[in-house]
Design a protein around this ligand. Structure first.
Ligand code: GLU
Ligand code: ZN
Length: 497
């Protein structure tokens, strides 16, 4: 092993191997991220493999989405689709010959055998075992069929699956996250590796490819922990047959819990990666947050760069306890990353939202100069980039922004008197000087016995439509005198009606 001074191991080869079914979800991204961070920390290799052996569930659209998501997140791969590599192809649907060959050798060597049991027979025996209080896994019925028995089944027209023969001994391995784990033989029975129609199953193709691709560390979700003893047994067979060199190390990442402390399901809307993209999470903000699902940077710092993550990440520091997905915290961390952007980058990052066709203003009314003037003020306020439109729409709309909640809240007491005085003061103020604008509103407030905050509220709602938002005097200056006064006039007209 090429160990360098800091303990990094450039021989590390990890894989991210999703099935292209449905939209990418945050649990999947967390798995990709931990593999990637571990590879990058070690200067090792990140393999991206597509497990598309289930034609009924896999889709090309989902495959494209996976690649697009990885690219958007910046989770680069060294071997895989579109990149190639020494173990190509990296799509299992294109590796069927290998699986056929391995399955045949496993049968030939006695590591696997044809099982002719029908689903009905299996169900009936399972029920009977349960009723008798016995283990209810596969009972080994076809383990040692004679050639005659097999022939008889074939003559009946039965089809068979291929089953892997589990050794009659306990499996012990050291999980990188959970420590030593022992599973008793009776808890892991012989399992199917090839369907009756000849299609190889995950149970076979996943370890076969991990072996072929010389994966050193398998980092994946806790839901796959129960398949590890089976895979270790299969690995031993692969080594004896010359298809594998060593058994990789395994590390199972903790569950991610969602609302109500239930396991976050991939069907949960909150789990969809696209949701975070559409709402305007920065990739670095989302990665920062997701890295905290089972890992921590330090006791007193939870905002850090991707570079910091790479430097510090170690699988040995991952915590086995379930992690809770906390949307508020994710947003707060994303907000911190927005603040850290250079203002030009922030301005550019918002533009897809500002230039998207949407109902809030006519696209031709978008004004680049006004946007660039207001952007630095907006950068300190938005949590996700999609927040931007509600912060700046007053600049681009012909009509005033109408928000009934804000209106009722701000137009209390005698707003007509206040707005009339403020308008008169603003009309003679110096619009190139925010102090002058502020003094006009301050003076209007004084005249009506209101502190600045209270005096500001009706002016803000008249001009921007909302009680909360960007600082008022900057907003007035950037919107300009004519439009600002026209908005106050419109509010006065509405109050008079
Ligand atoms: N294709 C499998 C899945 O997405 C991979 C599991 C594994 O990492 O072993 O669940
Ligand atoms: Zn059987």
């Amino acid at each position: 092993m090429a160990n360098s001074a800091n303990g990094a191991d450039a021989n590390v080869r990890v894989r991210f191997c999703p099935s292209p079914t449905g939209n990418p979800h945050v649990g999947l991204v967390r798995t990709a991220l931990f593999n990637w961070a571990f590879a990058r920390h070690n200067g090792g290799t990140m393999v991206f493999r597509i497990e598309d052996t289930d034609a009924a569930r896999d889709s090309e659209e989902s495959y494209e989405q996976l690649l697009d998501s990885m690219r958007w997140l910046g989770l680069t791969w060294d071997e895989g689709p579109e990149v190639g590599g020494p173990h190509a192809p990296y799509r299992q649907s294109q590796r069927m010959d290998l699986y056929k060959e391995v399955a045949a050798k496993l049968i030939e060597g006695g590591y696997a055998y044809p099982c002719y049991c029908t689903t009905e027979e299996l169900d009936a025996r399972r029920e009977a075992a349960r009723a008798a209080g016995k283990p209810s896994g596969y009972d080994g019925h076809c383990r040692d069929l004679s050639a005659e028995q097999k022939q008889a089944y074939e003559a009946e027209g039965r089809v068979h699956i291929v089953r892997f023969r589990m050794p009659d001994e306990a499996t012990t391995f050291t999980d990188l996250v959970r420590g030593e784990i022992t599973v008793q033989a009776e808890n892991v029975t012989d399992y199917g590796i090839v369907r009756a129609n000849g299609a190889p199953l995950y149970t076979l193709v996943n370890p076969v490819d991990d072996a072929a691709m010389e994966i050193t560390h398998v980092l994946r979700g806790e839901d796959l922990l129960s398949s590890t003893p089976r895979q270790i047994a299969l690995y031993k067979a692969l080594i004896e047959l010359g298809f594998a060199k060593t058994i990789p190390a395994f590390g199972h990442l903790p569950y991610v819990m969602g609302e109500g402390n239930k396991k976050l399901s991939k069907r949960d809307p909150q789990a969809s990666l696209n949701l975070y993209r559409e709402r305007g999470f920065l990739p670095e903000g989302l990665l920062n947050y997701l890295s905290l699902l089972g890992w921590s940077f330090s006791a007193d710092q939870d905002v850090f760069s991707v570079q910091d993550l790479i430097e510090k990440f170690d699988i040995a520091d991952v915590n086995a306890n379930p992690a809770r997905f906390d949307l508020k915290k994710a947003e707060a961390i994303n907000a911190d990353h927005i603040r850290m952007l250079d203002v030009k980058a922030f301005t550019a990052a918002c533009e897809p939202w500002l230039k998207a066709p949407h109902a809030n203003w006519a696209p031709e009314d978008f004004d680049q100069a006004k946007w660039e003037a207001i952007a630095p003020h907006a950068q300190t306020r938005v949590q996700v980039l999609s927040d931007i439109t509600a912060n700046v729409d007053f600049l681009f709309r012909q009509e005033p922004v109408e928000d009934e909640g804000s209106w009722t809240k701000a137009m209390k007491g005698d707003p007509v008197a206040l707005l009339t005085t403020a308008r008169a003061g603003l009309d003679t103020a110096d619009w190139s000087d925010q102090e002058s604008l502020k003094n006009a509103v301050l003076a209007a407030g004084e005249e009506h016995g209101l502190k600045l905050g209270k005096a500001q509220a009706p002016v803000r709602v008249a001009v921007t439509g909302r009680t909360v938002g960007l600082p008022l005097f900057e907003s007035l200056e950037i919107l300009g005198k004519d439009k600002s006064l026209a908005r106050i006039d419109a509010a006065l007209a509405k109050l008079a009606a």
